[in-house]
Design a protein. Structure first.
Lengths: 219, 579
């Protein structure tokens, strides 16, 4: 199952993947222990002539052990998760690039603030379904929705955030590798939900400057 | 009391209508719920197969569907809006009209009076109403397929605003009927749960203390309390949604000052206890069956009962884990992550106690036992995969992917449905007075178990690959192209899973009419239902049994045989030797 995660190209993606693997190993070992024990018991204690089942009602020590051990593991997992969660969703780090993404049935409207860095000014530029960002820079995304709930999903950047009508939600990512990645909608949004798809283009620093020049030639 | 019981036991012959249709006998109502559930299961299953066909071979003709008219299908090709209807209705039907009617409606009704030693439910007429109100809800739900605009298509979770405004889906009365049907069904469940709670508290046979109740009765008792408290929340939310749709109230619409997340909070505040409503009866069923066929007392009876109570309490404070990526304050994420991790602890306790129960047993591999064992192992997978979602950062990636689809099917199919099959095979002799066929039962079990795992385990891989749930055509996404062979594999497995149910249907109906006649206690079990004749007559027992001990005294040293029924009075040793 290990090779099935899509390639990760974001800074915090490796934290998510690491947690995923930790849980994968913990649950995998638990499953093997439980199912292995079960199979062994089923073979050892199958019905045989002349043997009577053990008459036992339980064991308090065992009950205490198998309550406390899983509880400790799970609470530790919670605290390990919390550090990454706070980092990814709890706050947006200082960003150099800002875009506003408005989801609607069935497109991503991507609004670039232009050279002045401010949204709502004359040099704003809107593109449908095309998100361009530089590599190695923190990108802040302001998420809005016009009609129903959509979900901004960048599988390769391990980012998913619902866009909710009536709200502005801040998300962020920092890409580590140039390339073109898919940006599907992950929340059912109507008959056109399937196929609601944008693209994220991560440029190298030079390419990004070139792209900016092309879009805003006057600057 | 004894006079009332005596007059109740002798009763006049009832006509056909009072015996089979508007019966107030809890056993007939149980059978009605069973048949309703099994019929709906066929519908829900066929919908699942159509969904799978579309995902494996997108936009090709679905075999055998050319009769389905526009705008649903065009000459056998599925339209995207109808695809949304299919997965919405598959889930709605399976959850509300299959698992709840069978596990709670049928087995709750059948087992509670029989296992506590009562002649019927506390409120027999209310019980009859509960079924017929539920049946009306079923008719209203199915009627949605025949109204202009088609049936509800916003998912079984019906997130607003998608579900709240007609133009967003094009679905008009379909969504309204969906709401109305579930409001009516809520009424039915409410009547049932009040009946269950009252019956268990008031009508236990002499000597049947709470800690002598079989665990399946404990589970149904807890489920009834959950239903009583959770369903009004759903009903309120549905009423608000209906008002948004029909009266322009804007509870969930931001343009009118409403809040889309309010729907999610209300829905999941009901929805998470609901998941435990679906799984707790199966836990109880498995506990009883494991003990019977291991010929051994249940391991840690009190731990089992208390862990179910613990699950029930915690199920009220975990709903936010469905909403980690919803825009809900990230600070809340931590609280809900911790409660969600903690609710795994009672589930783990139960699993270890099930293992403890088969340890040192003398295990009989009957069909009910095999299904109960499958329940335990599949529930373990479903429980463990839940830990991935509970971890908020991992959830960022796997939320709304096929990982969650795999998870819910491991809990609700691997858990509840294997529990359901175990119950059908185990109590069939009591319910219908005939045994089911064992070889056919084993064929059904093994083919189902294998096809089931091929179908749903592979969905974890799709989810880890990032495949979103509820998409109509995975081939529209380049990053999903490498996963397409898995989709094809899953669909073949799902078809096999569907075919694997044929032996069950044959076995069920053949045994109903021609199965071997069952004696009173064919499994040599301890609980009170096996004291009554098979099938029990109106009034259940020849005489109300007196309970002397707990339900799991198997292989007790006090007797030579390996079981000791709850109602058998043992002559104390010193009295016997005093002569």
């Amino acid at each position: 199952m290990m090779g099935w995660l899509p390639e990760n190209v974001s800074t915090y993606g490796k934290d998510i993947d690491r947690l995923f693997y930790i849980i994968y190993y913990i649950t995998g070992v638990s499953f093997l222990l439980v199912s292995g024990t079960m199979v062994v018991f089923l073979i050892l204690y199958r019905q045989r002539e002349g043997r009577r089942a053990t008459y036992v009602h339980g064991n308090t020590t065992l009950e205490i052990i198998w309550t406390i051990v899983p509880a400790i593991i799970l609470v530790v997992l919670s605290f390990m998760s919390q550090a990454s969660w706070g980092n990814i969703k709890g706050r947006v780090p200082p960003s150099e690039v800002h875009v506003q993404v408005t989801a609607k049935q069935f497109n991503w409207e991507i609004l670039y603030p232009g050279p002045d860095g401010k949204i709502g000014t004359a040099d704003d530029l809107q593109m449908d379904n095309e998100l361009h960002v530089p590599v190695g820079k923190v990108v802040r995304v302001t998420l809005k929705a016009k009609d129903v709930i959509h979900s901004f999903f960048l599988p390769n950047l391990r980012l998913k955030q619902d866009a909710v009508p009536g709200r502005e939600i801040q998300a962020w990512f920092e890409a580590t590798k140039p390339g073109r990645y898919e940006l599907p909608c992950a929340e059912l949004c109507g008959f056109g939900h399937s196929g609601m798809l944008g693209h994220l283009t991560v440029h190298t620093a030079d390419d990004y400057n070139k792209w900016v020049k092309e879009q805003w030639p006057s600057s | 009391m004894s006079e009332a019981v005596a007059t109740h036991a002798v009763h006049e012959e009832l006509g056909f209508l009072r015996t089979y249709v508007f019966s107030t006998d809890h056993k007939m109502i149980a059978r009605q719920f069973l048949f309703l559930g099994l019929f709906m299961m066929i519908l829900g299953g066929l919908m699942a197969l159509m969904i799978r066909w579309q995902l494996a071979w997108p936009e090709t003709q679905v075999p055998g569907t050319r009769w389905i008219p526009e705008p649903f299908m065009t000459d056998g090709y599925m339209n995207p809006a109808f695809y949304n209807t299919l997965f919405t209705m598959h889930a709605t039907i399976m959850i509300f009209f299959v698992i709840m009617p069978i596990l709670v409606g049928c087995y709750g009704n059948f087992l509670i009076p029989l296992m506590i030693g009562a002649r019927d439910m506390a409120f027999p007429v209310l019980n009859m109403l509960s079924f017929w109100v539920g049946a009306v809800a079923g008719v209203v739900m199915l009627a949605g397929f025949f109204v202009p605009g088609g049936h509800a298509a916003s998912g079984w979770t019906s997130y607003a605003p998608l579900s709240a405004v007609t133009q967003y889906t094009g679905v008009d009365w379909g969504q309204n009927l969906w709401c109305i049907s579930l409001i009516i069904l809520g009424l039915s469940s409410l009547m049932g749960s009040i009946n269950y709670i009252t019956t268990i508290i008031n009508m236990r046979a002499p000597g049947m203390t709470f800690f002598r109740l079989p665990l399946v009765i404990w589970s149904l008792f807890i489920v009834a309390i959950l239903l009583l408290l959770a369903l009004p929340v759903l009903t309120s939310a549905l009423a608000m949604l209906l008002l948004d749709r029909m009266a322009g109230t804007s509870f969930f619409l931001p343009a009118g000052g409403g809040e889309p997340l309010l729907w999610q909070h209300l829905f999941w505040f009901f929805g998470h206890p609901e998941v435990y409503i679906l799984i707790l009866p199966a836990m109880g069923i498995a506990s009883d069956i494991l003990s019977v066929f291991s010929r051994k007392p249940i391991f840690g009876y009190r731990a089992m009962a208390f862990s179910m109570i613990g699950i029930a309490f915690l199920s009220w404070v975990v709903w936010g884990h469905h909403m980690f990526q919803s825009g809900m304050s990230p600070a809340l994420g931590f609280s809900f992550m911790v409660t969600t991790m903690v609710i795994a602890v009672p589930s783990a306790i139960k699993t270890f106690n099930w293992l403890g129960t088969i340890w040192g047993g003398s295990i009989r591999f009957t069909t009910p036992m095999l299904n109960a064992l499958a329940f335990v192992s599949m529930f373990v997978v479903g429980g463990l995969s839940g830990i991935f979602m509970a971890s908020t950062p991992v959830d960022i990636f796997i939320h709304d992917t096929y990982f969650i689809v795999a998870h819910i099917h491991y809990v609700v199919f691997g858990g509840s449905v294997f529990g359901l099959f175990a119950a059908v095979y185990y109590w069939f002799p009591k319910m219908f007075g005939r045994m089911m066929n064992e070889p056919l039962g084993k064929i059904h079990f093994f083919t189902t178990f294998i096809a089931y795992n091929c179908t749903f385990f592979a969905m974890h891989i799709l989810g880890i690959g990032g495949m979103m749930r509820r998409i109509y055509n995975p081939m529209q996404y380049e990053f999903l192209h490498p996963l397409q062979p898995i989709n094809v594999f899953i669909t073949w497995s799902a078809i096999a899973l569907g075919l694997a149910q044929i032996p069950f249907v044959i076995n069920f109906f053949w045994s109903l009419f021609a199965g071997r006649k069952a004696e009173r206690n064919p499994w040599k079990a301890n609980t009170l239902e096996w004291v009554a004749p098979s099938p029990p007559p109106h009034g259940n027992f020849d005489a109300i049994p007196v309970v002397y001990r707990g339900p799991y005294e198997y292989s007790s040293p006090e007797v030579t045989e390996d079981y000791l029924p709850q109602d058998r009075q043992l002559v104390p040793q010193r009295v016997a030797t005093a002569h």
